[in-house]
Design a protein around this ligand. Sequence first.
Ligand code: NAP
Length: 311
Amino acid sequence: MSDPLFERIALIGIGLIGSSIAHNVRAHGLARHIAITTRRQETLTQAETLGLGDSYHLEAAEAVRGADLVILCVPVGICGAITREIADHLEPGAIVSDVGSVKGAVIEQMRPHLPEHVDFVPAHPLAGTEHSGPASGFVELFQNRWCILTPLPETSPEAVERLKAFWEACGSNVETMTSEHHDLVLAIVSHVPHLIAYNIVGTAADLETVTESEVVKFSASGFRDFTRIAASDPTMWRDVFLTNRDAVLEMLTRFSEDLASLQRAIRWGDGDTLFNLFTRTREIRRNVIEAGQDTAKPNFGREPVKGDKPS
Ligand code: NAP
């Protein structure tokens, strides 16, 4: 292996994100050694069977010993407790990072426990699927996706550059911003859309006048796409809403006001308002495709399913 970016990477948590990082480290030779640690023996055994790492540990402290890069790939709500557990075992000069979908709360939880001799570079790869666990990861997950770094005033610029190089080697485009800005942006592009999906699927499931089998049977008409998002990991998303509460509530207030004005337009037969909004949103979809963030293929490039009807 010629000059890897890191000697030893410790991955704490080996679900979708952790295992996708492991695949990238292997595929692109980003470290000499991948140390994997996770909470349950069952998950660790699965990671070992898949050959994701070089060493496997039930004790996080063991995995981080000698590591020059440590990445927490666990639900946001547990980051503080894990940092407390590993703090005394971190190598001087190590970079400590995470992949949490919320940044302010992660920093608040982790920062007080970290020793001065490490560099903390919080990160969030904007890439995911609705699947969880070590078998769900794949090497292309981060390809052409954004990874946002939210360094702190005390983080050294060299550490930020090294982590940037790491994520770029995984195929990501990297941008740096404050954690406050990150949490506000993510509330509108990710967190509120997930809440809407959870809510609409829940409402449909509760409707007494429409049977559950009809909801499933006719789901191709738009509802199906919400069910994909609403199948996302319950632990992860519970933690996202509990930890990004302020930004999500602020965006929900805006969302509710806009929804009320659409309701009014429908009630008063104001077709122009509806038409103008739908034209504007179509343009946004075009921009997303032009930015390479989705495919223009019909049905999101999905293989047609037997009995599929246009929505
Ligand atoms: P995942 O597939 O469910 O894997 C979670 C990992 O965390 C597993 O190794 C699990 O260990 C461990 N874990 C869960 N609860 C724990 C606890 N209480 N204590 C210690 N370890 C625990 O999750 P993921 O999708 O990779 O998400 C991990 C992080 O990435 C989250 O912070 C999430 O916000 C962020 N993220 C997710 C996505 C996405 O779309 N999924 C995208 C970007 C960022 P065991 O299996 O051993 O219990």
